[in-house]
Design a protein around this ligand. Structure first.
Ligand SMILES: Nc1ncnc2c1ncn2[C@@H]1O[C@H](COP(=O)(O)OP(=O)(O)O)[C@@H](O)[C@H]1O
Ligand SMILES: [Mg+2]
Length: 259
C-alpha cells in the first residue's frame, strides 16, 4: 500500500532522514520508534508531503507521489492527524467534523464545482451531518458536539483530532505521539480508538509513540530510526530485544520509556 525507497532529507549538512526504505501493508500497525531527534516526525512529513524529499521516493498504492503537494496526497488517502490550531477553533466540535467529511467528499467528487451542484449539496448535507454525529459517537465526544472546539480540555481535543482523521477516511493513518501530554485517564481512550482502527484490514496505521508498553501492545511490527537511519525492523518482541534497540534507544533514553 505505502512504500518509501531511499527516502532522504537534508537540512544543510544534516541528514535528518537517511535513505529509509520501508513497505507498509494494509491491515498492519507499524510503530516507528527512536530517540528524540531520530527523524520520526520528519519521516512522517516526507510521507505526507509537508517536506520535500531531497532524494528517494514515496509510493502509495503503486503511484509515485514523491512530488505531489500535501493536499493532493491527502486526497489520495494519506491521513495525517490535524492539529486543532490549524482548524476552526470557534466552530463547534460537530461543525469541524462535518467540514472534514464534506472536504473528503468534495475532494473525491471532482472538487468545488461538484459541490456547487445544488441538488447534491442538499442531499449530501443530511448525510454529512449524520456521519459527523456517528464519528463523534465513536470517539466518545457526542455529548460535547455543540461546544466550540477551542473550549475542549486537552484530552478531548486530541480525541477530536482523531475524529477529524477518521472523518477523512484515509487509507493510511499517521499518528505522531497521539498520547503526548495526556493525563493517565485520557490515554486509554485514544488507545482504544487506535485498537478499533486496527480491526480494519484495509488500512495502514503508522504510529510514533514513546510509551513502550503501548508500542508493544499495539504493534504488528516495529521500525527503529536512529540518526535518520533505519536500524531495526521486525516483529515487536524481537526488535525490542535486539541489541541495537537496547543500546541505541532504550539504553540511551530511559526517560522516554518512563514518560
Ligand atoms: N525544518 C527543519 N529544519 C531543520 N532541521 C530540522 C527540521 N525539521 C527537523 N529537523 C531536524 O531533523 C532531526 C529530526 O527531527 P524529528 O524528525 O523532529 O525527530 P523525532 O520526531 O524523531 O524526535 C532533528 O535533528 C531536527 O532538529
Ligand atoms: Mg517527533
Amino acid at each position: 500500500m505505502l512504500e518509501t525507497k531511499d527516502l532522504t532529507i537534508r537540512f544543510g549538512g544534516h541528514v535528518a532522514v537517511d535513505h529509509v526504505s520501508c513497505r507498509f501493508e494494509a491491515g498492519t500497525l507499524t510503530s516507528i520508534v527512536g530517540p528524540n531527534g531520530a527523524g520520526k516526525t520528519t519521516y512522517f512529513n516526507l510521507i505526507s508531503g509537508q517536506l520535500p524529499a531531497s532524494e528517494g521516493t514515496v509510493t502509495l498504492g503503486g503511484e509515485n507521489i514523491t512530488t505531489l503537494p500535501a493536499a493532493l496526497r491527502s486526497r489520495r488517502g494519506l491521513g495525517r492527524a490535524f492539529q486543532l490550531t490549524q482548524l476552526f477553533p470557534n466552530l463547534s466540535v460537530h461543525e469541524n467534523v462535518r467540514l472534514a467529511v464534506q472536504a473528503r467528499d468534495v475532494g473525491r467528487s471532482g472538487g468545488v464545482w461538484a459541490a456547487l451542484d445544488l441538488w447534491r449539496v442538499w442531499s449530501d448535507h443530511k448525510a454529512w451531518i449524520t456521519e459527523a454525529t456517528q464519528v463523534l459517537e465513536q470517539v466518545n465526544l457526542a455529548d460535547k458536539a455543540q461546544l466550540p472546539a477551542s473550549s475542549l480540555p486537552h484530552g478531548d481535543q486530541r480525541k477530536l483530532e482523531v475524529a477529524l482523521l477518521m472523518a477523512l477516511d484515509p487509507k493510511v493513518y499517521m499518528f505522531d505521539e497521539p498520547t503526548a501530554g495526556m493525563s493517565v485517564d485520557e490515554v486509554p481512550v485514544v488507545l482504544e480508538l487506535i485498537r478499533q482502527l486496527k480491526r480494519r484490514k484495509d488500512i495502514v496505521i503508522l504510529l510514533v509513540e514513546h510509551k513502550m508498553d503501548v508500542v508493544r501492545e499495539l504493534s504488528d511490527r516495529i521500525v527503529v530510526l536512529h540518526n535518520g537511519q533505519l536500524v531495526a525492523d521486525g516483529e515487536p518482541a524481537a526488535v525490542i530485544a535486539s541489541p541495537v534497540v537496547q543500546q541505541a534507544y532504550l539504553g540511551m533514553a530511559p526517560e522516554e520509556e518512563a514518560a
